[in-house]
Structures are given as C-alpha cells and as structure tokens.
Design a protein around this ligand. Sequence first.
Ligand SMILES: Cc1ncc(COP(=O)(O)O)c(C=O)c1O
Length: 381
Amino acid sequence: MSDKKRDISFNHSQLVGRELDYMREAIDAEHISGEGPFAHRCADLLRRELGVGAAVVTSSCTAALEMTALLLEANPGDEVILPAYTFVSTANAFVLRGLRPVFADVREDTLNIDETRLAELVNERTRAIVVVHYSGVGCEMDRISELARSRGVELIEDNAHGLFGSYRDRPLGSFGRWATLSFHETKNITCGEGGALLLDREDDLRRAEILRDKGTNRQALFRGEVDKYTWVDLGSSYSLSDLLAAYLYAQLEQRESITRKRRAIWETYDAAFRGELEACGVRLPYVPPHCVQPYHMYWMRLPDGATRLRFIEAMKRRGIHCVTHYQPLNLSAMGRRLGADRPCPVTEAAADTLVRLPFYNELARADQERVIEETLSFFAV
Ligand SMILES: Cc1ncc(COP(=O)(O)O)c(C=O)c1O
C-alpha cells in the first residue's frame, strides 16, 4: 500500500443537514446565549424520543455529570461506585463534590460495569452507582436497577456513547434517576461541545434549572413566579449557546440517517473481521441480543499491549489513524491519591490492548476497505 495515499483519520465531523440554516436563524433571532429557542427544541425532541420527564441541554456531558453530583446532595466521605474503565469526567464530577470514587471492574465481553460484582461494593456510605454504556451497548440494567433499588442508592447513567441505543426495548438514558448525554465532536450526534441531563422528577428539574443558571432562580423570573432573580443555591454556568443548540438540532433531526450510515460501517467491519481475526486471538465487540446499539464505535482487543502498539504504528505508516481508549482510573495518579487499592484486571487488560478503528458517518466505502485490507494483512489473514 502506497504511503502517498490520503490519510484516513479516526474521526471526522461533517455537516449532516440544516446546521448552517439554523445557526443563521439563531443569529437573526438575536438569541445566541443559553436557553434559547433551539435549546428548547433539542430538549423537547430528546424528552419525546427517550420517554423521559425532561431533558436539560448543557455545555457538555461533563457539565451534566457535575449537575447530577450537585443534585445528589452528598456529604464528604460518601461514596459513588463507577467503572474503572471510563472517561475521567465520570469520576471527577463526584470527586469535585467530596465523594470518594469506588472503582468497579468491567465485564470481559461488553466492557460494561460487571453487574455480578457490584453488590460487594455497596456499603452504608454508598450514595450512587454510575453506569457507563460502553460504546453504546447497554449495561445489565435489570440487575443493576434492582440492586440500586433494594440498597436505596441512586442510579445514574453516563450515556455519553449510547444515545438512541436501547436495553430490552427501553431507551438507554431512561433507567437512572438521572442520565447524561454527550454531543462532543467524537459522538454520533454532535455540536462540537455539548451535552444533556435527563431526569424525571419535577423537583429535580426545578433544581437543575437553578444549578445550570449559576445558582439563581432566573427561570422562575421568566415564568413570572418572582419579580426579580437572585442567588438561591449552588450552581455554575452549564447552558449551551443557542448557536451550538441550532447546530445540534439539525443533527438530531438526522438521527435516523446517521444511525443507518453508522450501522452499515459497523456491520462491514464486523463481517470482515468476525471469525478471521478471532482465530488470531483478537476479541471483537459483543452486543447481547436484548441490546440495540447506536453504532458508536468499532473496537478490537489485540492479544497483548505490544501487538497493539505495533498495529497502531503499522496502520499509521499507511496513513490510517487508529486510537486507544481509556486508561484505568484505579491506576491513575488521581485514583491512587483518592485511595483506589483494588485491582480491576479486566479494565487493566482492556486498557492495554483495545484499539478503535476509523469510524464516522461519512467514512467512504473505499477508505473503509483500505482499513479492512491493512488490518487483515497485519494479522497475515
Ligand atoms: C463515558 C464518558 N463520559 C463522559 C464524557 C465527557 O463528555 P464531554 O466531552 O461531553 O464532557 C466522555 C467523553 O468522551 C465519555 O466517554
């Protein structure tokens, strides 16, 4: 394969519909700050499609996670259980509020939090379990929901990857008391940087509006409930600019075509690799039959860390950018400082060996064939 060929990046963000028309509309309407008309349209669409009580559009998934930690009203020393194999924000949001993260290991097949090992981590200080639907494949929500209910702890879904995925026909993001979404550039549906908080209860919605609005009751002023607004609670600046909400709404409108395209890409990778690469000791994604994924990524776990390094370098020499994913939070400098002392062997092995292949809506067929051909030739298949 010639090195002169065009590079194939890991991710690529492209317009999918009326993004520019809607951004122009926001500018013409002279509302480009937060809580504008497009933010409301996005929130309504998410609420309807996901069957939740309300959606609050935010500046990132990190912001939405921080809002869940504020809503939790924990005391210093309280604990939150979360997977060791996740992005730092899943932990940071709670640590900022003085909670201690307790890292759970993940399952070998889905890399989701291991529901069979959760009960032993719950104690009288546990306030919440946070699940991450890794790559948009649902965690075992029947068992996890039942554990949270029976032990009286809150259930939070970090659904950064899984918008429009489902578990036993129920949308991901509709199981927890709170759930979060990400619209970062790397996600299926994006506005560059953005997120959302999903919730059901009216009292949570009222408080979330205050937390998002710098701890003020400004929304109550807009509803005519008070004649001036003031500082009433903790809070920060978590709103999404309506310029970005306009972009996001155009993407949300195209959700079906986006999922269709990504499904074709995922299935093409899978058909080429399943069997062939498994025979070479490569693990491929597992999607339980009761889960529908939104086709967020295609990952492979190579036999060991050295092979992964050689693979990434070999692909890079051919102009193909493949990337690793999370590092184990239990082994991180911050995790250790916070007292993480339990090994998470599956997380640690996955962090060493997992690689993600180029994956984006407009990945051209010829480019994908090049990725497949080079991957198979690396393994001499
Ligand atoms: C599981 C998970 N949670 C949270 C985030 C943070 O998302 P954002 O960049 O929207 O803050 C990410 C980022 O990719 C993630 O993978």
